[in-house]
Structures are given as C-alpha cells and as structure tokens.
Ligand binder design. Structure first.
Ligand code: COA
Length: 169
C-alpha cells in the first residue's frame, strides 16, 4: 500500500497523464530527468504501487501552492525517491519542476518537505538521502547547495550530495 504523503505532495493519478507527458516533452526535463524510453505516462502512473512494493521508487506530485478548483489535475512538478537500500536505509532523491513554475521556490519547498518526511522515524524512516547532479546543470547544483545538503564529491562525472536528519536540523 502506498504511504500517505506529507502536505504539499500527493500521489500521481490517472488524470495527470497529459501533464506528465507535457513535462516529459519539456527539453530541460528531458535532458536532466529523461523518462524511460518507450513508456507512456498512463502506463508509468499505473505502475506506481508496484514500484513502491518492490522499493524501486516512490514518485510524488508537487502540488501547486496556488492550486484551486483544478487541484486534482494540477502538477507543479515531481519529487521522488528511488533505489532504496537497507542497512543503512538510503534512497536517491530526484526532482523536476514544470517550466512555468520554475524559480519560485517550488523545488526548494518540495525537496525540504520530502526530505523531512523520508528521514522521519514516523515517515519513511531512511537514514540518509542522496542526490546526484551534473556539473553542467547549474540550477540543480545551486538547489542542493542552497538547501544545505553535503557535497560529498564526484563520481562518474556527477556531483554527489547527501542529507541526514542531523544535517537538515
Ligand atoms: C533544478 C530545478 C528542479 C529547480 O527548480 P525550481 O523550482 O526552479 O527551484 P527553486 O525556485 O526552488 O530555486 C532554489 C534555488 O536553486 C537555484 N536555482 C534554481 N534555478 C536556477 C537557475 N536556473 N540558475 C541558477 N540557479 C538556480 C537558486 O539558488 C534558487 O534560489 P533563488 O531563486 O532564491 O536564487 C528545475 O530547474 C528543473 O526542474 N530542472 C530540470 C530538471 C532537473 O534538472 N532536475 C534536477 C535533477 S536532480
């Protein structure tokens, strides 16, 4: 069963498929968060529970801060966890924001909310979150820097970031 997300985030719904297709078609998202080739949004959304049951991923919709009557379909972006491991309990965090919503604090708020929840004992109870950013993707590097994540170094040409409860406190 899918866990209850914290305020500001929600699970994907079948009606979000057009918004997800549009996001996948955005050149910036497509460059830095490419979707799985050959997979359509409806099929991807239908696979959420299975991906969580197998601890492959948990991807959540970022609800627009100003959402109104269209709150069930509006998608400001996505923040997700993937590649769960145990002992220590870790997952990789990824995020994208729809083009019209960028540069207004959407990712900062969503990553903060997701991190607090993922690391809380009564949330997902992870020991550590990590993220990787391409040094050519200045926006994503600046985001994790600004959020106070630890820059651990580089691996495979990517910058590796880490967050724990102690660090985020
Ligand atoms: C990276 C991304 C998620 C940032 O989302 P956002 O909602 O625009 O980010 P925020 O508004 O919360 O910005 C937080 C900080 O990040 C930095 N930042 C964000 N976008 C930036 C940009 N285009 N250039 C430089 N710094 C940027 C700034 O320090 C910003 O704080 P400020 O606006 O007070 O200066 C968004 O650009 C995106 O979706 N990019 C494509 C997908 C991607 O690269 N994902 C990251 C892979 S892990």
């Amino acid at each position: 069963m899918l866990p209850n997300p914290p305020d500001g985030l929600r699970h994907w719904r079948p009606g979000d498929a057009p918004a997800l297709e549009a996001a996948w078609g955005d050149p910036v998202i497509n460059r830095w968060n490419p979707p799985q080739p050959g997979l359509d949004a409806t099929t991807w959304i239908a696979g959420l529970e299975d991906r969580w049951a197998r601890r492959l991923a948990l991807d959540l919709v970022i609800r627009p801060p100003d959402e109104g009557a269209d709150r069930f379909v509006a998608v400001a972006g996505e923040v997700g966890l993937s590649g769960f491991t145990t002992d220590p309990a870790r997952a990789e965090l990824g995020v994208w924001v729809a083009a019209p919503r960028r540069r207004s604090g959407v990712a900062s708020t969503a990553v903060h909310t997701m991190s607090e929840w993922a690391l809380a004992p009564d949330g997902i109870a992870l020991d550590q979150l990590w993220a990787r950013t391409d040094p050519a993707n200045g926006a994503s590097e600046a985001l994790f820097e600004r959020l106070g994540w630890d820059r651990l170094g580089t691996s495979g040409g990517m910058t590796i970031w880490s967050a724990t409860r102690v660090l985020l406190r």
